[in-house]
Design a protein around this ligand. Sequence first.
Ligand code: ZN
Length: 584
Amino acid sequence: MKKILYLFVLVLAVNCTGCNTQNADSGRSIDSTFKKFEDVFLDAYWKQYPAASIYIGYGKYYDKLVLPDSIAVANNISFSKHWIDSLNKLEYQNLNDNNKISFNIIKNQLESDSWYQSVFKQYEWDASLYNLSGECYYLINQPWALLDYRLKTLSNRLEHTKAYYQAAFNILHRPTKEHVELAILQNQGGLSVFGKSLTDSIKASNLSDAEKYILTQNAAKTVDAINQYITSLKGMLANKKQEFRSYAIGKELFTQKFKYDIAADISPEELYAKAKADKEQYYKKMYHLSDSLWTKYYQTQTKPTDTAALIQAVIDKIQLQHAAPEHFFDTLSNQVHQLKKFIIEKDLFDFDTTYPIIVRYMPDYASGVTLASAEFAPPYQKQGATYYNVDDLTKYTKEKAESALQEVNNYMAQLLSIHEAMPGHCLQGIYSNKKSPDVLRSVFQNGAMIEGWAVYTEGMMLENGWGNHSPEMDLIHDKMKLRELSNVIIDYDMQVLNKPKEYIMHILVNECFQTQAQAEEKYHRATVSQVQLCSYYAGYSAIAALRDTYQKKMGDKYSLKDFHETFLSFGSSPVKYISERMLK
Ligand code: ZN
């Protein structure tokens, strides 16, 4: 900490000298001071949070393992306080607009960290926070250094894993049962990181025999420590005297978490009410579409009188239109190609071929969770590729593949490729992690902006003629909208209003046309996360509102391409901050 302070003082000193000699341009000088502040701050931040630094590719502090104890909590709180004080010494009003956004992003991050540590105290009740496998996986597999160096770093990181898991177990206080169960499951799943592929990497390396021995020992000690943690957690579940708290965090904490995580002007109550109203609209629209499609699929059969039954019956027929498992990969791969062509033809983006999106089979570590996903190079490793991962459905059982393909039918598959790849997550990730000049906006990403963007692109592509305005595409897209709206509704219902499971399952299955299995999965997700499920719709609503206002502001000069290019140029900043700039 002393060193950080010293560096900071030095930076300010350097700039004070600069000010004296460049009085005519003090604005520029303040901005250059801010840029230096940002660099020193970011380095200090990754030193304070080395585990987080692994996910964004900042290699410098990967060997440091911070024990999750009360000392770490106190350190984190004083770290936030120190940097908020330092930040507040900079003259916000005199910064340029771009740096004002950066200032606000840093401020929100530090205030949020401070709130998480001192008020939310997730470290006390969420046992799933403690899991070293994910960060170790990235440490080994990211190309941030040569293999030998990565393995040596891993070895250092694994030296104190026993103490790490002991501290983790000790700091738990009235945890939630749901997070204890999740922690058991995820830690068991993560054991494979220290298994065969690590042994193979060690063998393939040029480490000395002594180094190989130490690393193998450290990996074995880590496996023991994880197993011990799992055993202790299982003991907690079996202990009848163990107290568990409810997974529901209640209104006050939900409102505060919403403020820090979403960073929007809207309140959770407003978003909840808006989602409920929108849900009714989409439901009505789906009824009319299904009604008009009835004879196409059921000819002269009598229509069900129940609206939900009618909609479900038409969806059931549309879901039968899907790819064969062995063609699923090629279908999605071809879609990305077609989507790119469409974007260029319709002039929706300034299409840049410097950064390709590679469609590949889902790597083993991600397989089985979702059918398709976006994967980016971390912000500090700009040379890495952007992937659209597609699962190999020929590995599934026949029944599992059929059920997955009915959900991701011909129409849903197109929306999935739009959302995950083009122009959704993959394309946005390229603007944010590769093209954005400011790394700050990609390391402190706003989840609502990212998910909101992917959701926005689904509707935007259909508006521009993707899918030829077919009623089937519209109906499946509306079903997707219901899922997004029900995410907000059940998050609030469960976390704030304590609604029972039957009530939630009814919304998901009967009102939003989810299968029983999907609804069970979503219910579980809403017990172990809070606010995150709101991010899709919160981000989307903010982007849609911004586009309307921006169009009015620009008048004749408005073009969709200009809106997209300007919007994405701000990286993954909260939409609120982007709006302030774009509407100025
Ligand atoms: Zn998404």
